[in-house]
Design a binder for this molecule. Structure first.
Ligand SMILES: NC(=O)c1ccc[n+]([C@@H]2O[C@H](COP(=O)([O-])OP(=O)(O)OC[C@H]3O[C@@H](n4cnc5c(N)ncnc54)[C@H](O)[C@@H]3O)[C@@H](O)[C@H]2O)c1
Length: 387
C-alpha cells in the first residue's frame, strides 16, 4: 500500500379558490357539511386553514404559510441530494486526472464518501509523483473549496486474481516486486482493503486494456483477444468475487462499458468489443448472483467518447468525439463529470432499485439509427430536381 497524504418555498401561496365565499372551496378544500365527519387531526387542521382562507376577502386570499417562507423549497423539503457520508469506496482504474475513474472519485468525494484507489502497478510511480508534485491539485478541488483526498492507494493488477498465478517474470519485475508482501493481485487488494477499512460500500471498476485494440478482429490473435477479455471483463467478475464478501449489504458496484459491445465501431478492435459485450452480460448475471448473495447492486455505465489516456492510445478518439458531437441528440462534448455524477447516483441509495442495468451516459448517441451528418443524407435533402 502506498501512503498518500490525506488530508423555499416559493411563496407557497395557497390560492384556494372558493366557489362560494363560505360553503365550498376548490380542492383541497372540502364541503363544509363534510368537515364534521373528519376524524384525523391533520384533516381538521387542513380544513380549518382552508375555511379561514375561504372566509377572507378575495383580495387577501393569497396566503404564505410561515414554514414555507424563504428559499423556494416546499416546507418539508431539504432538497434531493446524493449523500454518501460515512460510506467507503474503492475505485480500481485511476492513474491520472483525465479519465472516468477520476471523475467518479470526484463525484463520490462531493457526496462525502471516503475513497481508496487501486492503481495499475506500471502506472503507480508516475501517479504518485504527479500527485505529490501537485499536478492534480486543480482537479482535486471540490465545490466546498477543499481538495479531494484518497484514504489509501494500493498497487493493483486486475489481471491476476491470486499471488500463486503471477508469472515469475512479473513478480520479479522491480515495479511489481516493490509491492512486497502486500501484493497487487485482486485478492491481495481486497484483503488489504478489509484490513485497513473493514467493510466497504462502493466498488468501482474503471479499467480496460486490450493490447491489440488497434487491430481489426479479423487480425486479432487468440492471446490478444483473451487478454482484452481478461483485463477488461473478467477483472470485474474477479473484483466482485473478492470484494463482495467485504461489502455491506445495500452496497453497489459500477463499471464502464462502451457502445462497441452492441454496435459495430470500426477501429475498436483486438477483442475489446467482445470484452465490453462480456462486461455487460456479466453485469446482469452478477447483479442476480451478488444481489442474492450479498444484497449488492451491480450496474455498468455505457459512456460516450472521452479523450482519456486509454482512449488516446486507441488512436481515433478525436474523430469519435467529433462524430458524437455531429450525430448525438444532444450536441455537446461529453464531460467526464457527467459520467461521475451518473455513477454517484447508481452507487447511492437513491438508485436502490436499479441493478443489472447498462445505463447510457453518451448524450444519447446510442439511440441513433443513422448519422445525421452522413453525406448520403445531405444529398437526399436537396430539393428534387436540384443540380
Ligand atoms: N474514454 C472513452 O471514450 C471511453 C468510452 C466508454 C467507456 N470507457 C471505459 O472507461 C473505463 C476507464 O477508461 P478511461 O477512458 O477513463 O481511461 P483511463 O486511462 O483513465 O483508465 C483506464 C485505467 O485502466 C488502468 N488499467 C489498465 N490495465 C489495468 C490492470 N491490468 N489492472 C488495473 N488497472 C489497469 C489504467 O492504469 C488506467 O488507469 C474503461 O473501462 C474504458 O473502456 C472509455
Amino acid at each position: 500500500m502506498v501512503p498518500i497524504p490525506t488530508q423555499g418555498a416559493s411563496r407557497a401561496v395557497v390560492n384556494a379558490v372558493c366557489h362560494s365565499s363560505v360553503v365550498r372551496c376548490a380542492a383541497p378544500c372540502l364541503p363544509v357539511r363534510l368537515q364534521s365527519d373528519l376524524s384525523s387531526i391533520f384533516d381538521l387542521q387542513r380544513t380549518h386553514l382552508h375555511r379561514n382562507i375561504c372566509n377572507l376577502p378575495r383580495s387577501r386570499r393569497g396566503f404564505v404559510t410561515k414554514a414555507a417562507e424563504g428559499n423556494g423549497a416546499s416546507p418539508a423539503s431539504t432538497g434531493l441530494s446524493i449523500d454518501l457520508r460515512g460510506k467507503k469506496a474503492f475505485i480500481a482504474g485511476i492513474a491520472d486526472d483525465q479519465g472516468f475513474g477520476w471523475a467518479i472519485a470526484k463525484a463520490l468525494a462531493e457526496a462525502g464518501a471516503e475513497i481508496s484507489l487501486g492503481v495499475w502497478v506500471p502506472a503507480l510511480n508516475i501517479f504518485e509523483s504527479s500527485y505529490r508534485r501537485g499536478k492534480f491539485d486543480a482537479s482535486r478541488k471540490l465545490s466546498n473549496g477543499s481538495l479531494m483526498e484518497f484514504a489509501k492507494v494500493y498497487p493493483m493488477d486486475a489481471v491476476y486474481d491470486t499471488p500463486e498465478e503471477v508469472p515469475e517474470d512479473v513478480s520479479s519485475n522491480k515495479r511489481y516486486a516493490a509491492a512486497g508482501d502486500l501484493g497487487f493481485t485482486v485478492s491481495d487488494v481486497a484483503r488489504n482493503v478489509e484490513k485497513d477499512f473493514g467493510k466497504i460500500d462502493v466498488l468501482v471498476h474503471s479499467l480496460a486494456n486490450g493490447p491489440e485494440v488497434t487491430k481489426p478482429l479479423l487480425e486479432t490473435s487468440r492471446k490478444g483477444y483473451l487478454m482484452a477479455v481478461s483485463a477488461s471483463a473478467y477483472s470485474y467478475v474477479s473484483m466482485l468475487q473478492r470484494f463482495g464478501p467485504i461489502m455491506n449489504p445495500g452496497g453497489a458496484a459500477v463499471s464502464l462499458t462502451y457502445l462497441a459491445s452492441e454496435k459495430i465501431i470500426p477501429g475498436y478492435g483486438g477483442g475489446m468489443s467482445s470484452a465490453k459485450a462480456a462486461l455487460e452480460s456479466d453485469t446482469r448475471v452478477l447483479a442476480y448472483e451478488a444481489g442474492r448473495k450479498y444484497q449488492l447492486r451491480v450496474n455498468t455505465i455505457s459512456a460516450g467518447p472521452l479523450g482519456s489516456r486509454a482512449a488516446k492510445a486507441i488512436g481515433f478518439i478525436d474523430d469519435m468525439i467529433k462524430y458524437s458531437y455531429a450525430n448525438a441528440p444532444i450536441q455537446k462534448e461529453l464531460e467526464a463529470r457527467e459520467v461521475g455524477n451518473a455513477a454517484a447516483f447508481l452507487l447511492s441509495p437513491m438508485a436502490s432499485a436499479v441493478t443489472g442495468a447498462t445505463i447510457y451516459v453518451d448524450n444519447g448517441l446510442n439511440a441513433m439509427g443513422l448519422a445525421p451528418d452522413s453525406q448520403t443524407l445531405a444529398r437526399a435533402e436537396q430539393p428534387v430536381g436540384a443540380a
